[in-house]
Design a protein around this ligand. Structure first.
Ligand code: FES
Length: 137
């Protein structure tokens, strides 16, 4: 498993997604505000691009007029026919045991750890004292 840098965190607006192509796979990466999620970009119904879907928290009800949103269970609604998929598990709302999209691990990492690379140079502290340049080794 290799890491692939997608973009800076602020390059995907909150509530929106970006489509990326990695190793022949089309993947939708969503910014959910407090975290990111990634799923296969093609809807298993008829192939719509899920990156254009609307995301919303799952809503459940105990009875008429009594509903609540489950903020940890975020769904994406397919833009063509409205099938909904849980962005954590990839399972569809309509048939969770048979219809699903693949999910991918996505993390936010600090830029300096990604830019580090395999090559390192030795760094020495340098300071000036009474107009002399001093190198500390
Ligand atoms: S293509 Fe997604 S619900 Fe039909």
């Amino acid at each position: 498993m290799a890491d692939h840098i997608i973009c800076k965190t602020d390059e995907i607006a909150e509530g929106k997604a970006r489509q990326v192509q990695i190793g022949g796979r089309e993947i939708a990466v969503f910014n959910l505000g407090h975290r990111f999620a990634a799923i296969t970009n093609r809807c298993p119904h008829e192939g719509a691009a899920l990156c254009h879907g609307k995301i919303a928290a799952f809503v459940s009800a105990n009875g008429p007029g009594e509903y609540r949103t489950e903020d940890e269970k975020i769904m994406v609604r397919c833009p063509w026919h409205g099938w909904e998929f849980d962005l954590e598990t990839g399972r569809s709302y309509c048939d969770p045991n048979r219809v699903r999209v693949k999910t991918f691990d996505v993390q936010v990492k600090p830029g300096e750890t990604l830019a580090e690379g395999p090559y390192k140079i030795e760094i020495f502290e340098v300071r000036t004292e009474d107009d002399y340049v001093v190198l500390s080794i």
